[in-house]
Design a protein around this ligand. Sequence first.
Ligand SMILES: [Zn+2]
Ligand SMILES: [Zn+2]
Ligand SMILES: [Zn+2]
Ligand SMILES: [Zn+2]
Length: 115
Amino acid sequence: MAFYKQPCIHCGAYIDRDARFCPACGSHSPFGYLCPTCLRPVEKSQRLCAGCGRPLYVACPVCGGQTFVQEKCEQCGGSLMVKCQNSRCGAWQFFENTKCTACGAKIKHPKSGKK
Ligand SMILES: [Zn+2]
Ligand SMILES: [Zn+2]
Ligand SMILES: [Zn+2]
Ligand SMILES: [Zn+2]
């Protein structure tokens, strides 16, 4: 039923409008951007999340460039997501998150020693 499908903003694949993630590229916000911390919808034109106040532009942990808080760096394409270490959860979380938005478990940051 093509009527109920909408293109993923990340890869352009047509997927169900109520899909929780894009089966083509794996994105968890196929129809728009979500704040990685409070999961409120956000726009690229915003500098701060209206829900939790976190900055929506961060330095990429891979290349150091400024990027929007999406799943991949705009500059180098590196992943900005880490997997929740709770083996029963395993949700992908934004690298700056200190708590998993799915299960609430603490996220460990192995590379936190150096700046
Ligand atoms: Zn996609
Ligand atoms: Zn937020
Ligand atoms: Zn980067
Ligand atoms: Zn989790």
